[in-house]
Design a binder for this molecule. Structure first.
Ligand SMILES: [Zn+2]
Length: 366
């Protein structure tokens, strides 16, 4: 993601910070400093935000490290102003494992809140749990800092357990429903419950009026729909392998061909993505976008070898289509060659997969 900045790497996971988060921090510091308070006090809100995001980060590591126990890797964790995202390779399909991965994040916040609570009790700081939402600009000292951090972890814990996708609570709900239903049914039911809740949030938000509640409601509504679609696609592809949908007819390009020649081939047929060969070996792929971009940058005389995408993956005919789809989506690969015992037998592109989803869904919905 070009908008993110890598800040460090821990346990094999890269942690990225979205640049808008830095803007938020700068804005808070500037606003506090311009209020004319002594510097130490004025910087307090910035410390609160940084600590809060430290807690969000620990929450995401909770998910990632629990998933790792089941052999699932996490490519990255990204911190955004609205929270964190751990990009897990996939969610475990065993309900018990999904339950534990989903709960691991909120459990971290509960643990932090417990530690802070113990500290507050031991040190005799005065503490009132309500109001739960406090204005961070009112934090003046260490005691206020500890208190607000405890409240924020309590909010993170509760908020993430709302039983709706894309919240952790939605996954908890699906895992529990999976005891009685298959995964697609469980997802559909959990998504319905989530959307119902989301509409409730929006309605309450409209009448209170509370803008944050409306925002959360819309966020959940879209997230629930997305998860249901994703799972429906997975179900549609679940009985297919790469062999069922691959294309046997395709036009390979040669590395020495020019961008101009590639443009002509692009215009001449229906194909939008190509594999590129050199000495009878595949050395990369080329998409329509790559060709257009190459044409702008280098003109039509340049060889396509200069612009091809060298990040490609070979598929085998027996591979489950779901796995191929996930790998292609994750690595943003428009086309993949398919090899059978070392022989190139065809190619698979995103469009093939989309067609398979439409065909299978139509069959199921008859
Ligand atoms: Zn979470």
């Amino acid at each position: 993601m070009a908008w993110s900045l890598k800040i460090f790497r821990f346990a094999g996971i890269n942690v990225y910070l979205h640049w808008t988060f830095l803007l938020l921090l700068i804005w808070i510091v500037v606003a506090s400093l311009s209020s004319g308070q002594p510097t130490a006090e004025a910087l307090m809100p910035a410390w609160v935000i940084l600590s809060l995001f430290g807690c969000v980060l620990l929450h995401e590591f909770g998910h990632a490290l629990q998933a790792r126990r089941y052999g699932i890797t996490t490519e990255r964790i990204t911190l955004l102003p609205i929270g964190g995202v751990a990009s897990l390779e996939k969610m475990p399909e065993k309900p018990g494992q999904e339950l534990l991965v989903a709960l691991a994040g909120p459990a971290v916040n509960l643990a932090i809140a417990a530690v802070l609570g113990a500290y507050i009790l031991a040190s005799g700081i005065s503490f009132k749990l309500f109001p739960l939402f406090e204005d961070i600009s009112q934090v003046k000292d260490g005691a206020g800092f500890v208190a607000i951090l405890l409240k924020m972890n309590a909010i993170l814990f509760l908020f993430n357990l709302i039983p709706a996708f894309p919240m952790d609570g939605g996954r908890v709900l699906r895992a529990l429903l999976s005891i009685n239903f298959n995964r697609a049914q469980a997802t559909a039911i959990a998504a319905r419950i989530g959307q119902f809740l989301a509409m409730g949030f929006v309605l309450v938000g409209l009448f209170s009026p509370n803008f944050l509640l409306i925002f959360i409601g819309l966020f959940i509504y879209l997230g629930a729909g997305g998860e249901a679609t994703y799972e429906a696609q997975r179900t549609a592809l679940s009985n297919l392998t790469v062999e069922d949908v691959l294309m046997h007819q395709f036009t390979p390009l040669h590395a020495w061909e020019t961008i101009g020649q590639a443009t002509a081939i692009l215009l001449d047929g229906q194909e939008k993505e190509f594999i590129v060969t050199e000495d009878n070996q595949i050395i990369g792929t080329l998409s329509r976008d790559d060709i257009i971009k190459g044409l702008q940058l280098y003109g039509k005389e340049e060889r396509i070898k200069q612009i091809l995408n060298r990040d490609w993956v070979r598929l085998s005919p027996g591979m489950p289509l779901n796995e191929a789809y996930e790998e292609m989506s994750r690595k943003k690969l428009p086309i993949c060659p398919v090899f059978d015992n070392g022989n190139l037998i065809g190619v698979l592109n995103q469009e093939n997969i989309m067609e398979a989803i439409m065909i299978e869904s139509a069959k199921r919905n008859r």
